[in-house]
Ligand binder design. Sequence first.
Ligand SMILES: Nc1nc2c(ncn2[C@@H]2O[C@H](COP(=O)(O)OP(=O)(O)O)[C@@H](O)[C@H]2O)c(=O)[nH]1
Ligand SMILES: [Mg+2]
Length: 459
Amino acid sequence: MILDTIAAISTAVGEGGIAVIRVSGVEAVPAVERMFRSKSKLGEVESHTVHYGRIVDPQTGEAIEEVLVTVMRGPRSFTAEDVVEISTHGGFISVKQVLDLVLRQPGLRAAEPGEFTRRAFLNGRIDLTQAEAVMDLIRAKSDRASAIALKQVDGRLARMIQGLRGELIELLAHIEVNIDYPEHDVEAMTADYIRTQCGKVISRVDELLRTANEGKILREGITTAIVGRPNVGKSSLLNALAQDNRAIVTDIPGTTRDVIEEYVTVGGIPLKLLDTAGIRETLDTVEQIGVARSRAAIVDADLILFVLSAGNALHEDERELLAQLRSRQCIVILNKSDLPRRLELEQVLEQMPEPQLVQMSVLQEQGLEQLGDAIRTIFFAGELESADLTYVSNARHIALLKQAKAAAADAIDAADAGIPIDLIQIDVRTAWERLGEINGENAGDSLIDQIFSQFCLGK
Ligand SMILES: Nc1nc2c(ncn2[C@@H]2O[C@H](COP(=O)(O)OP(=O)(O)O)[C@@H](O)[C@H]2O)c(=O)[nH]1
Ligand SMILES: [Mg+2]
């Protein structure tokens, strides 16, 4: 049982149209009612209704804010407890004053980061995968990442994991009976049952794991470095993809000196795009540091967009870079294809035999779509899976799914080898426990602490 009532500012700190203070727990309604002057008596209003009024310090009678108060009674609320949300004018001071006043009420204390979501979990309204998805949703940097997170908030993965655990618990019960009443023919049946149930679990876990790679990409984005000689149009490309003048573009070689980072979506795929300093020999100290950072970005990137200018013959530096990039996920972009062609394609092919090649003119906004196609070809074999798929994208889930699968496979091997049922039971139980760590039914306090500590305050 959770007894205390918690409160925090749930909107981002800073100036804004409105700010929201969220209060959750048994004291939420009476505490806010004490400081709320309005036609409505909060203790008597219907759940899920909004009320206009003023927040007044009950001790001094001083009016502090003009607000809207929303009352959501448990269990139909975010935390499954009574929740009151006070919407104040945006800004910092008055929100803080209202919060301070709320926190002065008996039985109230400040919420810790993630504590509202944690209560939703502890009260059984959501499982751990759903709680983690709430965080993913907040952090999502692309439409797709957000759509995937929303499905998970909705409980898709939760239901799947529960289903798998259900299969295993049936099996465990069956084994239990068999251990208590050992008869030979039942034992043979049990070995068969182990094979079918564990087989089912393995194939469904495999299905989930198949989405892991794509899920991770769609969630976190592909780290993509734009590299090439100075003045080939790297910063122009970043700006075109970001639809913003994010990087400075000039015709002076060596304009970009630091790595510029921007999240963009190309052909439905989120990229974490890095614009880098043009790679060349230079005596300028600052530019030298920039070039070193470009080389470091190349090492870390999942994908490299190597930009060449069609209007220039291949430079020695480019020849070298191409050779280095041969074994990497790389797309060669032939930019400035609006200019008379001076670049000879054969020279590129000498260094990189089968490049993904995209002709482009950033200036004339040509070739950007083909770039999206090329990225899809590399990472998704051309097609994005239907948006309907349940993705696992969280590294924690992926690791646990693999462990559960390994335990289920051990159980089958043991059954095939004629190992006594009570020993096989251990493997089945391990698989069941690992799946329970995913949805939190079998997660220790320290794991739960660690997950919720990553949340922001007020969520
Ligand atoms: N003709 C032509 N010029 C371009 C194209 N893309 C970029 N530029 C020009 O090339 C110059 C260098 O561009 P910039 O993006 O700063 O190159 P960076 O040094 O590689 O980042 C600028 O004057 C751009 O306007 C293109 O497709 N065609
Ligand atoms: Mg640049």
